[in-house]
Structures are given as structure tokens and as C-alpha cells.
Write a protein that binds this ligand. Structure first.
Ligand SMILES: [Zn+2]
Length: 420
């Protein structure tokens, strides 16, 4: 036990058994006192157990608990966007306070895919809750909207940063000795931390651990290189998924930019505007339940015809632009939209083809960005405000009409009524 000073009362001993030869734990003594043998202990904030898998499970479980507690303590009721906090601020708070707790120590444990998937599900659930999206929202949409990096990518960045810290150590340090030994003796399928990080480096085409150790760049330079490689890899992954989902039709013109929330969500919305965002975000992600959608998702024979006017199938186009039952709601707000569109583009909104009008009302930025310098401009906010009013108004009226129609329907007759 050279180089270490052990604390006599707090020290414990964990017996780590090798997979192939299950040895019996032999008692250890310090100053004639036996060191208690335990199955779990905390060292430098990380839970240690008798196997790597148990370490991963125990730490991730603990991180989940703490991250959940943190999220509720920060957001409280605002968690679901009701306290006037806008989406951009919530995502920012999540990144600063919840994510570091959720991912604490995981760059050392490099959890397997199964555990990563649980962490990924936690993050996606959080985003869906703040945007009030249903569970069946496509995963790609969650990342495209929030700009958050998948958990796997974030753990990779942490591990690659930590590797740089080790490479920057003095050549006589224990860390250096470990690095040298592991990369020269371990095979590529080894579970050694250094070999696992080597696989991560190959994934992002960042060279080898040995090269990095021999020729270690400055911290800032390495960080820039890592972020660039990781961001570009995941942008390609997520952008290649978007066209595969028919539900993400209205997001096809957007690109996933890691760290950047969708322009539409980054506006400084008032509490009322945030409240109205729900309808828009559902239409945007193809999760708004129209009759045609209900038919696709339901095993029963659902009539796709609009239940309000009965004139044609209830598609997004019919609901937003055509349904005669919603005409009065649409008419007045469309005047404001036409006026604001004219002010920005100096063209007429009403003369655009119907499918273009629909795309713009649901996701205007891909079209408006050719006319405006930044999405933070007040003109864009004003246009979005009217689109939000329109979609929210249509949704409210639709809900009301559907409830009224249902209550006016004749009651179902029971075929098997018993007569006394
Ligand atoms: Zn209709």
C-alpha cells in the first residue's frame, strides 16, 4: 500500500471476485483491527461495488434519483411550461443543473447500451413534458426541437475530455503508467477503460489513444476537435432519420444543430403565447390527433371524415385552412397573418399555393429566413404570434364543436336489454 495513507476508521474492503475463479474473501487487517468487508461503498462521490456492471447500475440509479429531485426542485409547476418560463430558459436550466447530475461520473463507468437507453428515455421524457408532447412523438423530433445532444454523445464528450486530462499528466504519474500498460497489453475487445475510449475515438475518426498520448494538443484545441467531430456525427444521424418519419413532414426543411433550439421555440414568448404553443408543436411533430391520424393509429375502423363539417377527410390542410365549420375563427386572424406576411416579404400570403400556406403557418422560419436577418427579430415574433393565435383558436373551437356534436348524438340503443 505504498503512496497511500488510509483512514483507519472509515476504510472498508470490497471483495471483487473474478468471473472465472470465485475466490473466498480473506480478511484484511489495519493496525490489528479487521477492515469491515462490504459490498458497496462510496469513493470520491462514485459508488463502488464488487463488479463493473453493479457499479454502473448503482451509480446510474443514484444519478436518476438525484436528477429527478433536481428537476422538480428547479421547475416545480413550471416543469410543464405553466409558470411563464419559456422553452429556451427551461432547456438552459436543464443543461446547467439537471444534466451534470444525471451524467455524474459516467465518463469513468461508460455504461452499456441498455443503461444508456434508460438515460436517453429520461431525457426525452423531460423534453416531451416541457413541450407537452405525447409519448409517441418521434425521437428525432425531440432532438431537432430541443437541440440537446443524445446522452451517448454527451458521455463520449466527457470521456474524451477526461482522456485528455490523463494524457496531459506528468509522464511519471500513476495515470500515465496505467495508460501505457493498458494500451500496449490489452486486446481490442477488452473491457479496459482505455480500450473502450479507443473505440469511441475510432467512431468519431479522432485517431488513437497512443497518438494522443504522444502528441497531446492544448485543452482548448482538443475540446474544439472533439465537439466538431461528435456534433457532425450526430447531426448526420438525426438528419438522416427525419425524412423517414411521415409525421415529421413539417420539420423536413430544418436541420439538427447540436446546442441550438429550433428558432421557433427560442422566441421570448409571453405566458399566453407559450400556452398557445402546444397546438403548434403538436402539428409540427405530426402528433395532433386529426381524424385521418386517428384512423392510422387505431385498430378499429375510424371514419377519417371531418366530424365538424362532414365535407372531406380531416387532414392538417383541411383543419387549418379549409374546414367550413372553423371559418369564422380563421377569417379574422388570417387578416393579421396576411398583413404581417406582407410587411416582411412584400408579397401576398393568400396567393401562395395552399400546401405552402399550410407549411408556413405551422413552421414559418425555413421560408422567412430568406427575408429576415435573425430569428430574434420582432417581425418574426409578430408573425409567429398570429400563427399561434390561429392554431390555438382553431383547436379550441374544434374541441368545443366535437364535444357539442357528441352530446347531440342520439344515445346508443342496447340490443340486449332485459325485460322484466
Ligand atoms: Zn371540416
Amino acid at each position: 500500500m505504498e503512496r497511500y495513507l488510509l483512514q483507519p476508521t472509515k476504510s472498508v474492503h470490497i471483495h471483487v471476485s473474478h468471473q472465472r475463479k470465485k475466490g473466498v474473501s480473506t480478511p484484511l487487517f489495519m493496525n490489528n483491527d479487521e477492515i469491515p468487508s462490504v459490498q458497496r461503498a462510496i469513493h470520491l462521490g462514485i459508488i463502488r461495488t464488487d463488479s463493473m456492471l453493479n457499479n454502473q447500475k448503482a451509480n446510474v440509479d443514484e444519478n436518476f434519483k438525484k436528477a429527478r429531485r433536481k428537476a422538480y426542485s428547479i421547475f416545480g409547476s413550471g416543469y410543464k411550461g405553466q409558470a411563464g418560463l419559456n422553452v429556451l430558459s427551461i432547456i438552459h436550466l436543464y443543461k446547467s443543473y439537471v444534466l451534470p447530475v444525471l451524467l455524474y461520473g459516467l465518463e469513468l463507468l461508460l455504461p452499456p447500451e441498455r443503461i444508456i437507453n434508460c438515460l436517453e428515455a429520461f431525457q426525452r421524457k423531460f423534453v416531451k413534458e416541457i413541450l407537452r408532447l405525447p409519448d409517441n412523438t418521434a425521437n428525432a423530433a425531440v432532438y431537432l426541437l430541443s437541440g440537446l445532444l443524445p446522452i451517448e454523445a454527451q458521455i463520449h464528450i466527457q470521456a474524451l475530455t477526461f482522456l485528455h486530462t490523463i494524457c496531459s499528466q506528468d509522464r511519471n504519474s500513476i495515470e500515465w503508467a496505467l495508460l501505457e500498460r493498458q494500451i500496449s497489453f490489452k486486446s481490442v475487445d477488452s473491457s479496459s477503460w482505455f480500450i473502450q475510449v479507443q473505440h469511441i475515438m475510432w467512431k468519431y475518426e479522432l485517431g488513437t489513444v497512443a497518438d494522443l498520448a504522444d502528441n497531446t494538443p492544448k485543452k482548448g484545441k482538443w475540446k474544439t476537435r472533439v465537439l466538431k467531430a461528435v456534433h457532425s456525427y450526430w447531426s448526420d444521424q438525426i438528419d438522416s432519420l427525419t425524412p423517414l418519419y411521415s409525421t415529421l413532414f413539417f420539420l423536413r426543411q430544418d436541420k439538427y444543430v447540436p446546442g441550438k433550439i429550433l428558432p421557433l421555440l427560442s422566441l421570448e414568448y409571453t405566458a399566453r403565447e407559450s400556452e398557445r404553443l402546444k397546438t403548434k408543436v403538436r402539428l409540427l411533430t405530426g402528433t395532433y390527433m386529426l381524424q385521418t391520424k386517428r384512423k392510422n393509429f387505431n385498430q378499429y375502423d375510424i371514419n377519417p371524415t371531418c366530424q365538424m363539417c362532414g365535407e372531406e377527410n380531416e387532414t392538417a390542410e383541411h383543419f387549418v385552412l379549409k374546414c367550413s365549420a372553423l371559418h369564422s375563427v380563421r377569417q379574422s386572424i388570417m387578416v393579421d397573418i396576411e398583413r404581417q406576411w406582407g410587411a416582411i416579404t412584400e408579397t401576398s400570403f393568400n396567393t401562395l399555393p395552399v400546401d405552402e400556406q399550410l407549411y408556413i403557418l405551422i413552421n414559418s422560419w425555413p421560408t422567412l429566413k430568406t427575408f429576415l436577418k435573425t430569428h430574434l427579430s420582432s417581425e418574426f415574433h409578430e408573425f409567429e404570434k398570429h400563427c399561434g393565435r390561429l392554431l390555438y383558436g382553431l383547436d379550441r373551437t374544434r374541441q368545443l364543436l366535437l364535444v357539442t356534436n357528441a352530446s347531440q348524438r342520439p344515445p346508443r340503443t342496447k340490443h340486449t336489454q332485459k325485460t322484466n
